[in-house]
Design a protein around this ligand. Structure first.
Ligand code: ATP
Length: 529
């Protein structure tokens, strides 16, 4: 019953909050109902405190509303459901919180999940119950690092490695860059070091990345502390790798001798395969376990690579136990990485998980101006806006466009202004017109009507979101080659008849309402010019 109530609160919060905030703070909360009330478990103290400060009042209001005013205690703890033990007993107002030593669970630490709570504070709440804040004890646990044999390696992993295929793929090339170093220790060559150009100073902050940046700064300031691992996730080209390097650079600026190792997950796999071939797996283990911070990019590439996951699992445990910082990026939330072992998924959530979202218009323009300034080029505001309005999906695309503009300006020997930008990017924008995507349409419509992108996919039916959603469906039908079922799918798995109905409805309304017709035409123009 209480769990159903919590689910309703979650639905409310999903609608109310920007998706990034929802994903970072509300989504990781695990609910548990008991006679005492509702216990919400946060993955770490950072999330717990943030939820307490920013969302607690709203959560209690919603719980209150959905239980028809019944007095329900809401407890906010650190931990996860699997590991939850009755470590905290909270009763009536003003009671102290009883604690149970966590030591008895240590044996399970690396088999199951985090140990249970060891220290707690609590505070009275308006509803008459009280809020408990529980901190996990220092982790302890056993380290199991069995060596692997090359014949244990999954066939495809080995074949790919030997063929040098996926390991030298696009992503890795992109990251190798001019700052890559080759460290040779014993038989192994360890590729990968920090890109010194990616710092906090040149990372432009906006609503879309504010939380991720704040979390990254916290970790940089206190590596190996409470937020270990730091898991940064989000779509392509949104600055995850940049933030990861920024943390490493910050650590090195403070402590130049720190051993900060950055690598793409595929490089980890490739090096491990080489180590197995050269009979140097112990050297491999020693190297990765000796770091102060291990930064692994695009961890989703571990999916389906069982032996690599096994090895990483042991490295992960060893680092965490040694208080060394782990930073991971992924294109999706850890629980959503298919083909990743459950024990890794759960560990990735032990620290802090933060999302980066596509930057909003002003941030996109600011990034362009800043990137131009880094090359000592002045990009006028209207020219930056012009590009930012048309390229909405990710920052790498903006960088590409800026490079084209700079090359064109050098070629024709003119100063960069709006006309020059138009000229330089004519082909790119023409291509975009042809390639207008459903995602782009959804974003534009959401931006236009000032609703959340998540509303495009949500089940909410209020007119304020349902109408823009119908307009977006109709535009998708008009501007793309996608079929009705594909469009329905892209709008939160709706049926093709819903799309058809939306198109008919909007067609009729465009005839009936001048305002709506104007909105529709504005959007059409913005998406196609
Ligand atoms: N907020 C920002 N401020 C300045 N530069 C940014 C910002 N976000 C991204 N960039 C730049 O955009 C480019 C792509 O970013 P990055 O490589 O970090 O993306 P990513 O999220 O790791 O993508 P992928 O998933 O493809 O690995 C980099 O050059 C980075 O410096």
């Amino acid at each position: 019953m209480l769990l159903a109530t919590w689910q309703r609160c979650v639905d409310h919060l999903r609608d109310e909050l920007p998706s990034q905030q929802f994903n970072t703070w509300i989504r990781p909360l695990q609910a548990e109902a008991s006679n005492n009330g509702l216990t919400l478990r946060a993955p770490n103290r950072f999330v717990q405190e943030w939820v307490k400060d920013k969302f607690y009042t709203r959560i209690s209001e919603l719980v209150h509303r959905h239980t028809d005013g019944e007095q329900v205690g809401i407890f906010l703890e650190v931990g996860s459901r699997q590991s939850a033990r009755p470590a905290v007993v909270a009763s009536a107002v003003g009671d102290r919180v009883a604690q149970q030593p966590a030591g008895q669970h240590h044996q399970r630490i690396f088999e199951e999940d985090r140990p249970s709570a060891a220290s707690a504070i609590h505070m009275p709440m308006s509803s008459g119950a009280h809020l408990s804040l529980v901190e996990p004890p220092d982790s302890g646990g056993r380290l199991a690092g069995d060596a692997l044999n090359s014949d244990q390696l999954a066939d495809s992993e080995l074949k790919n490695a030997l063929a040098g295929k996926s390991f030298n793929g696009g992503n890795q090339g992109k990251r190798s860059g001019r700052n890559m170093e080759l460290i040779i220790e014993g038989k192994l060559r360890h590729k990968g070091s920090l890109n010194r150009e990616n710092t906090f100073d040149n990372f432009i902050e906006g609503k879309s990345n504010q939380l991720a940046r704040a979390a990254a700064l916290q970790v940089a300031d206190n590596p190996g502390g409470a937020y270990n691992p730091l898991f940064i996730y989000g779509g392509v080209g949104l600055g995850k790798t940049h933030l990861m390097h920024a943390i490493g650079n910050f650590m090195l600026a403070r402590k130049p001798n720190a051993k900060v190792v950055y690598l793409h997950s595929e490089t980890f796999v490739a090096t491990m395969v080489t180590a197995l071939q050269l009979n140097a797996i112990n050297e491999f283990k020693r190297y990765y376990r000796s770091v102060d911070a291990l930064l692994i990019d695009d961890i989703q590439f571990f999916a389906g690579k069982e032996r690599s996951q096994e090895e990483f699992f042991h490295t992960f445990n060893a680092l965490l136990e040694g208080g060394q910082q782990i930073i991971l990026t992924s294109d999706r939330y850890h629980k959503e990485i298919n083909g990743l072992e459950e024990r890794l998924k759960s560990r990735f959530g032990w620290g802090l998980s933060v999302a980066v979202e596509p930057p909003e218009l002003e941030t996109r323009a600011a990034i362009l101006i800043n990137k131009a300034a880094q090359s000592n080029i002045e990009l006028p505001g209207d020219a930056a806006m012009f590009i930012a309005q048309r390229l909405r999906s990710h920052v790498r695309e903006l960088e590409g466009a800026l490079k084209k503009v700079i090359v064109h300006a050098n070629f024709v020997g003119r100063k960069i202004d709006l006309d020059l930008v138009r000229e330089a990017l004519r082909d790119l924008f023409a291509l975009h017109e042809k390639l207008v995507s459903i995602d782009n349409i959804q974003r534009s419509v959401a931006e236009y009507y000032k609703i959340k992108m998540s509303d495009m996919l949500s089940k909410r039916r209020n007119r304020s979101v349902a109408r823009p959603r119908q307009i977006a469906m109709c535009l998708a039908k008009e501007l793309t080659n996608h079929s009705l079922p594909e469009i329905g799918d892209a709008f939160g798995g709706r049926d093709h008849t819903t799309v058809l109905h939306a198109c008919k409805q909007i067609k009729k309304l465009r005839g009936d309402s001048q305002d709506l017709a104007e909105d529709y035409n504005n959007l059409l123009r913005a998406l196609t010019t």
